[in-house]
Design a protein around this ligand. Sequence first.
Ligand code: TXA
Ligand code: MG
Length: 320
Amino acid sequence: MPVTVWTVDPYQPDPTIIRQAAEIVKSGRIVAFPTETVYGLGGNALDSTAVERIYAIKGRPAENPLIVHVADEGMLDQVAADWPPLARQLSEHFWPGPLTIVVPRAAALPVNVTAGGSTVAIRCPKHIVAQALLRAAGVPIAAPSANRSGQLSPTLASHVLSSLGEEIDALIDGGACPGGLESTVVDVSGPKVRLLRPGLIRREQLEAEVGPIEVVGTSSETGALPSPGMLARHYAPRTALETAETVEEAEFLAKLYETAGLKVARLSITGDPDLVAAQLYAQLHELDSRGYDRIIVTLPPESDTWLAIRDRLLRAATTE
Ligand code: TXA
Ligand code: MG
């Protein structure tokens, strides 16, 4: 059946459309919707069959758990067994917003949401459309990014349609996602805050609230993955992507491939990190559609402000 696409004003979505989309969620079907980070592929988190379908649509490995979205802290009881003081401190400061907090899971939550694990990742989104959908549905919504597993996350409705169009039941088109990069994921199920995935909320912003945090998962020296989604290759365009630390190195690589007759696209990451984040995936999606053989990206410097962007680009480039 063709997917239903609703176009809404991201600041004032039509309540009738939101109600229809909420009905779809409540009936166990799947709706893609915009958030302040990227588009999510949403289903009722309390319905294991809906959750099962999310994994199937994405082609996501069963061992990679989903993020559960809540409208506010009032929904936490249905999802979390406990909301420790560190979680409260973070949610009071950063919610609604692009911070995902990992805590012990509620016993009643379907096991497939957390991929059988004892913890659950929870996020309260700020985007008006996501908020409206959660409130109208009245249930927590499990929503990974609305792309096929391993590929680039979608920041426009058209990205969702070209990746998953045939398989979802409905899509709310709320225009471009303003943040453009996924949420920061932190684990507070232990005594200290651990950063599992860098994202739109920066480490220094977190540390200003809760003191020093441990950064894990941005490298993979040990075999154990702190977050199952930390598989090396991820967030990748279809076109082979290579990174360079300097303009000279990028130049060298580009020349090398061009001499070999390949069509090479160049992308240099500089300027304001927030603006770059907002555009990055859209730029990569665009380059991906133009038939290049290689995309050569000059990386931004290694610093906290660029941590999430470097992380995504290095993962996009990993070939093993
Ligand atoms: O910005 C975002 O977070 C977007 C929007 C739609 O909210 N969602 C998103 O979901 O990026 P997804 O599924 O593509 O990424 C979720 C990440 C994965 O790296 C996953 O492994 C990790 O969160 N994760 C989920 N549950 C976890 C848990 N219990 N413990 C550790 N990591 C977890
Ligand atoms: Mg994803």
